[in-house]
Each structure stands twice: as C-alpha cells, then as structure tokens.
Design a protein around this ligand. Sequence first.
Ligand code: FAD
Length: 395
Amino acid sequence: MADLETFRAEVRDWLAANYPASLNAPMSEDEAPWGGRKMVWKNPDAKLWLERMGARGWTAPTWPKDYGGGGLSAEEARVLSQELARIHARPALMSFGIWMLGPVLLEYATEDQKRRFLPPIVRGEIRWCQGYSEPGAGSDLASLQTRAEDRGDHFLINGQKVWTSYADQADWIFCLVRTDTTKKHEGISFVLFDMTSPGVEARPIKLISGSSPFCETFFDNVKVPKDQLVGKLNGGWEIAKRLLQYERQNISAGGFGGGAGLELEEVAKGYVGLRAGKLADADLRARIAAHKMDAKAFALTVRRAETESKAAKGPSPAVSIIKYAAASLNQAKHELMLEAMGTKGLGWDGEGFAPEEIRETRAWLRSKGNSIEGGTSEVNLNVIAKRVLGLLDHQ
Ligand SMILES: Cc1cc2nc3c(=O)[nH]c(=O)nc-3n(C[C@H](O)[C@H](O)[C@H](O)COP(=O)(O)OP(=O)(O)OC[C@H]3O[C@@H](n4cnc5c(N)ncnc54)[C@H](O)[C@@H]3O)c2cc1C
C-alpha cells in the first residue's frame, strides 16, 4: 500500500509538470485525439500530451513494457486513472487499437507481430478501423463473404465491408475475411492491412446529420502479406468474438460517442425549475431519481465486473449483460434530458439555441446507435441466453 502511495505521489508530480495547461478548456468533438497519420491537431498541446503519455506507455497502462505499454499493475493503473480524473485531464488518446485490437494481439499474435504493431498503437501513430460488418453480414457476422485467396506469399482480398467507423481516417484495418468457403465459422481468418494498399477504397456514408462517421469499404484485389494473418488460418472466428468482448466492455465503460457533457440533474433543475427545493415536475422527478438509482447500481456492477475480468485475465460473455444495460441506460438518460429541456432540446442549428443545447440534441440522436453498435441489444440478449445462462446448447 505504501508503494502505491509513493506511486500516486510520483504520478501527481509528473502530471503537474507534464499536463499542458491549455488543455484545461472543455474538449470539442473535433478535438478528439484519435491520433494516426491523418490527425489534424487543432491544439498542438494535445499532440504534445499524447507524445508524453505515449512515451511512458500510459495510454495503455497495463500492457507490457516490451510492447511500449506502461507495465503497470491493475492497482497502479487505477491510481493513474484516479489522478488523471482528479485534474480533469483530457484523454491523451482515443483508439480502437487500445480498446479492441491491442488486447487480442496480446493474446493471439506472434512475438514479431506484437513488437511490430503494439508500440505504434500505444504512441497513437497508427489509427485502426474495424472491418467486420458487411451488407449481408451484421448480426449474423459469420456469414461474411469478403474473400481472401491464398496466392503463395500473400492473400488476395476482394469484397465489401459496411458501417466501417472512420475508415476514411484510419491508417490500418483489422479485418475478417473468408479463407474457406466450405465452412461457416471455421472458414474465417483475421488479417491486418494498410488502408493505403492498392485496391482499398473507403467511401464515407453521409448521415442525415450531415456528418459521415461510417464508410462503405471496398477491396479490389488487395494484396496482403501472409505475415499479417493473426492466429491460425481459418481460426479467425475465435479472435473475432474475443475482440467483440473487449469492444462491448469498452462501450459499457463509457465509450459511447457523442456525449454533450451535461448532467441530467443539473439540466432538469435549470430547465424545469424548483418548487420548495424540489424539481417542479413530480413525475419527471420520480423518473430521474429512478434513473439515478439504476445508473449508480450499474456503475457498481461495472466495477465489480472489471475486477472479476482482471482476475480472469479478460472479459467473459457476461460482458453482453453490461453492454445491453449500458445501451438502455444511456438512451434513457438522453430521453429524460430532452424531456427536461422541452423545445430547447429540439434545436439543430441557428441562434435560438445554445451550443450545448444543439450538442445535446445530437447526442440524443447518436444514442440511438448504442443498441446497434458492437452487436445489437437483441443479439446480446441471445448471447446472454446461450453463453451465460446456457439456455441453448449450440453456437
Ligand atoms: C455507431 C455504430 C458504429 C459501428 N461501427 C462499426 C465498425 O466500425 N465496423 C463494423 O464492422 N461495423 C460497425 N457497425 C455495424 C454494427 O456492428 C452492425 O450494425 C450491427 O452488428 C447490426 O448489424 P446490421 O446493421 O446488419 O443489422 P441486422 O443484423 O440486419 O439486424 C437488423 C435487426 O434484426 C435484429 N436481429 C438480427 N438477428 C437477430 C436474431 N438472431 N435474434 C433477434 N434479433 C435479431 C437486430 O437486433 C436488429 O434489430 C457500427 C454500427 C453503429 C450503429
């Protein structure tokens, strides 16, 4: 324990000397530190912050030092995140590489692959995207048809992915491909490749909001060296499922995009007003109180599950319960928020609305995707039924 307190003091000193003061202002969405070669840094201090945190391996605190990580124990990593929260530090890096790919590389990759791919993830030099969904393979992901043919020293990849978040901004992709057409789950492999490879095209999908967070991603005779296959040939399904567990765990731990940074209770007090020291709308008050209790119980459950998953060296299928609950809670919060704001919660642009009101309208719309991304709520209920409760005895 004394060691941990020494570590806390060291972290505090380091943060005092290294966290750039200019980052104390709230972070806007276009400042999100995704890193990678295409990142345009609005504030050079955000880049400096990433470089400093990356050099210590603190963007991936528990990964081994050999692969660029911080080499911290789970307890030390908790101290680090407490100290970062204490000074309201911005994230140094937001990264599919840290949240999803890195953990499976640590489990399944060869030593050479770990040394090649993990350090640039930690330093935020390479931005990754996730090539899973296809037009005919979403919930039934194992129906995927993107084909990888064995051409001796390389695979030749042809096919299409869809809903590939930020594919147009990414440097590399982790991608599920079919390497055996005679089998379903056992015919899938997990490969990594550079998005600048000839034959890769990412076309942004424009949403009604005007933004384009997703792409259709096309592969036309893309050559991928064989040493970029992770795990066994036709053994990709196991890795794919494992990665989804990490994705669901991360989403549940607060990784839903598009938050407006508003507190439900404060918003309700501000817009609805108080009567005798209580929220003036009794019905809304009761529902906000119920939501707060659910949110508190959920936060405690997440903490317990995190401890259990660390003890078990990784998440279990039970993370589907958390993902399901996290999606429902986040959507319920935004519904309550909008209800409290009344017509002020329906702004899109223009001068009649404050910037945070417009951000909240967009965050409410963004929350609709929470029950779809990382596997839909219905699919997660199926996983819970089959793999957690053992109600059905097949895949
Ligand atoms: C914000 C966001 C980001 C995303 N980012 C990525 C990304 O980066 N990379 C990527 O590969 N994909 C990404 N996706 C795609 C996502 O993984 C898929 O949308 C999701 O898996 C569902 O697939 P689908 O859209 O094809 O819907 P479908 O599978 O067609 O499902 C349609 C409906 O049928 C229901 N359904 C389907 N099968 C069953 C069943 N067996 N039992 C009960 N109900 C069922 C579903 O729950 C859903 O309501 C993203 C999606 C969102 C919303």
